[in-house]
Design a protein around this ligand. Structure first.
Ligand SMILES: CSC[C@@H](O)[C@@H](O)C(=O)COP(=O)(O)O
Length: 342
């Protein structure tokens, strides 16, 4: 998608082919800084400390991380897989991508593994772009329908966190239908939840929507319920870090409250995901490990450089929650919009 007017992917191989280039998302929107990952350790730090983030992009970064590890030590597959898997617990794309690379190289002679792993990581990225584009096309049909109901005004979508192109390789999941609708001339307006405590909505989603000229307004996390009650939201569309076998949706903390409000106000609540985010091996959301992050993310506000304290008290910072399947109107996937998943 467009970054400062130029089409870019959120991750790509370095020009010499021996590394991966990522955006340091901790600095957005204030500074656009590309960083080269040259070792598996650097890839692990980038994922754990959220230089790069969002379920599909975490998977893509880990895939390159495993290739980098094999370039350093062609016999270190299992150790590198374990090291990268330990970086973040909730997004299932991390395990999916690491397993996909490991399966592609395990039986190869040692000297061929790194190159094959890089090729697999490239393929994972290309596939993610195609999956998100397909999600966009299916979601576009939904937005067309919503527009047909109120042709005199924009379709109002509320989204939470950042499930945009910055969280995938391109297009995003929740944002893909929005970008395609905007391109197709359907008037869309996005209510962007700020998404405390790391503010992925205010900092990242707003930044990428602005880059594409999509009308949007940042709201406090607690504003969505009022807007839904007043009829100012036509649909909620969110991404997800993992959907379990029974359809429960694990996503950024606060998603569940949006689903409850949507249910109470009769607003459709959609979850956009590629198959790489579906976890058929985990029965329900209760079985998903919920990442608990540094309480400092809550007790201070930071712009990446300076930080200001906002409380003297102790804090607790679970980063994800679970929206029960019963609150989901539909799953927007690469193969269509479904009211059940699995
Ligand atoms: C297409 S990304 C879907 C989710 O990964 C996204 O909504 C989200 O919760 C990201 O969390 P983050 O902690 O920023 O990695």
């Amino acid at each position: 998608m467009k970054l400062e007017g130029t089409y870019r992917r959120s991750i790509q191989r370095t020009a010499d082919g021996r590394g991966a280039l990522i955006l340091d998302q901790r600095k957005l929107p204030w500074t656009v800084e590309w960083v080269e990952l040259r070792t598996a350790e650097q890839a692990a730090i980038a994922i754990r400390d959220m230089w790069t983030r969002g379920a599909p992009l975490i998977g893509a970064t880990a895939a390159y991380g495993l290739a980098l590890a094999l370039a350093e030590d062609p016999d270190g597959l299992d150790a590198a897989h374990a090291m990268l898997l330990a970086t973040r617990p909730t997004a299932v794309n991390l395990r999916w991508a690491l397993d996909a690379v490991a399966d592609a190289v395990r039986a190869l002679p040692a000297e061929e593994r790194a190159e094959a792993a890089f090729a697999k990581a490239d393929a994972i990225c290309d596939e993610d772009v195609a999956l998100c584009r397909a999600i966009g096309e299916h979601g576009l049909a939904l937005l067309r329908d919503l527009h047909a109901r109120h042709p005199d005004r924009p379709v109002n979508i509320l989204t939470h966190c950042n499930a945009g192109w910055l969280a995938t390789v391109d297009y995003g999941t929740a944002t893909a239908p929005i970008y395609l609708a905007h391109e197709a001339g359907i008037p869309v307006h996005v209510w962007v939840d700020e998404t405390r405590p790391r503010n992925q909505g205010a900092l990242l989603t707003a930044f990428e929507l602005a880059g594409h000229g999509v009308p949007h307004t940042v709201i406090a996390d607690n504003a969505g319920g009022l807007l839904m009650m007043r009829g100012q939201v036509d649909a909620v569309i969110v991404g997800t870090d993992r959907v379990t076998a029974n359809g429960d949706v694990c996503n950024k903390i606060g998603t569940y409250l949006k689903a409850l409000a949507a249910h109470d106000s009769g607003v459709p609540f959609y979850v956009a995901l590629p198959y790489t985010t579906f976890d058929p091996h985990t029965l329900s959301g209760a079985d998903v490990p919920i990442e608990e992050r540094d309480p400092g993310e809550l007790t201070s506000l930071s712009d990446g450089e300076a930080s200001v304290r906002v409380t003297r008290s102790q804090a607790y910072n679970p980063a994800f929650d679970v929206t029960p399947a019963r609150l989901v109107t539909g799953y927007i996937t690469e193969s269509g919009v479904k009211d059940r998943i699995g």
